[in-house]
Structures are given as structure tokens and as C-alpha cells.
Design a protein around this ligand. Sequence first.
Ligand code: C5P
Length: 254
Amino acid sequence: MEQLLVALDVDSIGEARSLVDRLRGGVVGGFKIGSRLFTREGPALVEELASRGDRVFLDLKFHDIPNTVAGAVAAATRLGAWMINVHASGGSTMMRAAHDAAADEAAKRSRPRPLVIAVTMLTSLSQETLGEIGVCDPMLSQVGRLAALTQTAGLDGVVASPQEIDLIRRRCGRQFAIVTPGIRAAADVKGDQSRTMAAAEALAAGATYLVVGRPIIAAKDPRAAADRIAAECRTVIGSDPSGVGRHVRGIRGV
Ligand code: C5P
């Protein structure tokens, strides 16, 4: 199920490896390594998984001056990351620098360019928090504006909450990747995620990739949990082999 990306939100390489070993082999489409695991363990696991052919979404949400972001994206590309992200609020010059660094570094190594996507507004932000930082527009307008800016800057897609998929899909078209966390079945504990959607619903709404953490990694049997989610997704994707990935047809790896 190539649309299903599992967030390796654990504290050690050992725990991450044991999850990956249980989940590898067709049921998931890749693994997300975020700042928690990366800060504790460094880049070794990214290289290790990439060298074994696993797709790694390196979720470090870069946000800095363009030259620094370009350097970080080039480094992530060297590690073999399949997908990398930055903050759209860093602006179009920064996003273009990220895109170009990924393209240049990949070309130097004769590798496919990693997907470069942007975070619009973190799903933890509320309208009130936007006010604190001087953004007076409604949340959805700001998300739409930053998604459009991301697309204009040449990036491949955005990270978006399930509730934002429809707006972004209408504004940015079918080829733009939408990577969606906040996936919960009705019976799941929501934890700190407030705006959630079931996996099949999110795919039907137009998500390209789903990022699922705790419903899989905290399950008694992570493989069985992933199998259940993948089966649910197949009910939406059906027998079309390109499935929901049609949204990113033309982008490598789909
Ligand atoms: O455990 P859960 O399924 O909530 O994990 C979701 C993953 O997606 C976590 O790694 C979280 O950091 C990430 N994420 C998110 N919301 C965003 C961006 C990333 O939940 N806006």
C-alpha cells in the first residue's frame, strides 16, 4: 500500500528497526523519520533504510534562510531521503532554494530527485495562535495561500490536515501531492490530534499519502494494524493500480 507512510515516532534506532522489520514487505509505502528520532539517533537510520530500498520521508520541516535550507536539503538528499519537507512560511525564495538543492544534489549522484513538500500551517495551530503571530486571515485562507505559493515555487506538494484536502485539491489540482497526518479510525484514541479522519475517507477526499503513527506503532500488533488500514484503503483505491497516486502521476515513485 504505497500511500501508507508510517511515522517512526520512537526514541531509538533499535525500536525503529524492529517496527520497520515487522512492517516491511508491501504493507506500507514508506517510513517517516521526524525530529524526535533524528535528534536522538542522527542520520544513520535514514541511510540504512534508504540503502535497503525503503522510502524515507525525512520530516525535519526546515525553516531558515535560503542558503541554509539549501544546504540542509542537499544533505538530506545525500542521505537518500525519498521525501523532504520545509515550512512554506519561509517564502518562495527559500522553497525554490530547497527544490533546486534537491535537484542539483540528486543529479550529481545520478539519483531521482527526492520529493520536496511544504508544511502550510501546523495542524496544532489555532486561529488564536495565528492572531498571536499577526496573521488575521482565517486559517483556511492562509492554508490555501501557502499551498498555492508552494506550488508556484515548484515544490511537489504539501502536508495538510484531512479537513484541508478538499480546498487544496481544488486550488492546486490533481498532480499536487497532499500528505495527510491525523488519521484515526472511529475506535482509535485520538490523543493530541483533534481534526482526524479515517484512512479511507482521507484517500477518498483526495489525499495522496497518509502518515500514520500511533494507530500502528502503539498497537499490540503493528503489522495487523497496518494490514487493517491498508485493507481499508484498498476499498477506495480498488483495482486501479495507480490508485490515489494518480494525484502525483508524473512525480517519481508513483
Ligand atoms: O501518531 P499520529 O498518527 O498522530 O502521528 C502523526 C505524525 O504526523 C506525527 O509524526 C506528527 O508529528 C506528524 N504530523 C502531524 N501534523 C502535522 C505534521 C506532522 O501530526 N501537521
